[in-house]
Design a protein around this ligand. Sequence first.
Ligand code: CAA
Length: 259
Amino acid sequence: MSEPVLLHTEEGIATLTINRPEVLNALNAELVESLRRHLAILDSDPRARVIILTGAGEKAFIAGADIGAMRDLDPLAARETALLAQEFLNDIERCAKPVIAAVNGYALGGGCELALACDLRVASENASFGQPEINLGIIPGWAGTQRLPRLVGKGRALEMILTGERIDAREAWRIGLVNRVVAPGELMDEARKLALRIAEKSQVAVRLAKEAVINGLEMDERRAGQYEADLFGLCFATRDQKEGMTAFLEKRKAMFQDW
Ligand code: CAA
């Protein structure tokens, strides 16, 4: 049997490929567990500075949660699977490393929700996004009702959630759901280039910047500002802050050492 998740690490960039193309990378419990294990290891692996998540095959990033595995669940079991998957998506959001979704095709239901939990989204022109749960008589269960409106606004999120209709990559870019759109053959190169640009920064500053945004969004604005100031102050305890500012003043490239 083939591995459900493939890992490739090169130049500080770890790429996780969801490998179930025969069902368009639909996520079952085994896949979620495997992804979770990989992510936990990468989170504390110094060789991985940025993580890219993508799907195997040319058709789909992830076509959602596995409908076959869901149909006969009782309400409590369904709730439990949703909570477990949400914990995994929270792990992505709280991962110390930036996580980029390279969306190579359908990102539907749980697939769209997983992309939303990533920090950045790069899409190929043939990608499409949607929350089609309403067509199955259910609602999104992996926090799509929460992350989607925060990213694209309440009106657009409700349109996607209530109609279940898909939007293409250009429209996803127009409404801010993805950061950039590229030709299918350029997707992984573009995601890697973006990852490398982040990987060359001070990883302490990258981590604190991510924390300021992710944690700050859960606070009221005033408290979030204070929290940001605390993390800003913390940067001044690092060698990389001294190096970054000295390099600027000496008109040379900074040599960051991640501490
Ligand atoms: N679960 C299980 N199997 C799936 C699947 C899913 N989410 N999506 C696709 N597949 C399977 C199909 O059943 C099919 O398998 P067989 O070859 O054995 O018949 C195979 O993948 C290929 O799919 P299609 O033949 O349907 O391919 P298509 O090109 O005609 O259509 C598609 C592609 C539009 C993505 C269509 O497959 C589709 O609509 N899939 C379901 C999308 C969906 O509803 N996702 C939401 C799931 S619910 C959810 O995610 C809840 C949540 O909030 C977490």
